[in-house]
Ligand binder design. Sequence first.
Ligand SMILES: Cc1cc2nc3c(=O)[nH]c(=O)nc-3n(C[C@H](O)[C@H](O)[C@H](O)COP(=O)(O)O)c2cc1C
Ligand SMILES: Nc1ncnc2c1ncn2[C@@H]1O[C@H](COP(=O)(O)OP(=O)(O)O)[C@@H](O)[C@H]1O
Length: 320
Amino acid sequence: MQRWRGLEEIPEGWGRSVVTIGSYDGVHRGHQLIIGRAVERARELGAPAVVVTFDPHPSEVVRPGSHPPLLAPHHRRAELMGELGVDAVLVLPFTREFSQLSPADFVVKVLVDKLHAKAVVEGPSFRFGHRAAGDVALLAELGGTYDYEVEVVDLFVRGDAGGGEPFSSTLTRRLVAEGDMAAAAEILGRPHRVEGVVVRGAQRGRELGYPTANVETLPHTAIPADGVYAGWLEADGESMPAAISVGTNPQFDGTERTVEAYAIDRVGLDLYGMHVAVEFLERLRGQARFDTVDELLKGIADDVERSRALVAAYEGRSAG
Ligand SMILES: Cc1cc2nc3c(=O)[nH]c(=O)nc-3n(C[C@H](O)[C@H](O)[C@H](O)COP(=O)(O)O)c2cc1C
Ligand SMILES: Nc1ncnc2c1ncn2[C@@H]1O[C@H](COP(=O)(O)OP(=O)(O)O)[C@@H](O)[C@H]1O
């Protein structure tokens, strides 16, 4: 898969493409439907499938300081899009100037001049151009002028007919912020993950008998609510069942919020400096301050047993 940052990186002579445009944060199941259809249409037309996305999130430029917490960093999104069969991902730097392009100028500059769009696939609520003035009707109208077709993918609705909510990144962010990882995973189509480099902490974990890899998360990461979770620590391509703590370590009067994962039963790991990922399956409890450290240790031992069982049950389900 090709990855381009900015229109200038599109190779000279790039031919006609099937394009879909969006923030696609999290590449959740709604996104997967749209991107999947774009890939299918691309195969039908014998053209490459290109996803166009933005960095930073457009809302940051429209309302500075409003950058939403991200469900997945760009490199992870590209990886997920690659798995869906996407041929190229174009990340457009979303500048103030870019945000001021009219819908028609956006279409000409990006879709026509650079990607030579043959087809454009979008969800029904797609908006583009200055003040989000363009919608799918305008996109289709411009397609008449510039010779591309437009296909609008109907998004499935979550829950019961009529009563459910559409797949949504905003809803997923809220669920993650509340620690409802099962509901978040239902929308994402996989467990939520955060990643980053393992840094040094208070070096206390090993003394407690539970060394924890402290993950320095990337800016704007959607971090689950403070608490203890069952999940996985993924390092070097290996996914290890883990008990995860998110919070400030109130037991020890900590002030800094950390994401730390104990890989269950693993001894002698050395993860410092490695880029790892933590995946969240289920929230077990909130962060607590116990009367004694012994009580904390009993609590952690219990968390570890519950995590082991939950992960085993989940992996059994997925395998079967
Ligand atoms: C499963 C698990 C549950 C934890 N629960 C709590 C808790 O309830 N309260 C707390 O203050 N710290 C909790 N911790 C965090 C430990 O206090 C922390 O891992 C320890 O202080 C080591 O920190 P360090 O990695 O910086 O050395 C938990 C850690 C794990 C692995
Ligand atoms: N089972 C394990 N799970 C997580 N990290 C482990 C494990 N075994 C060894 N380690 C190593 O120990 C480190 C954590 O030990 P800890 O005493 O908590 O130190 P720190 O406070 O620096 O995180 C991890 O960064 C990792 O390199």
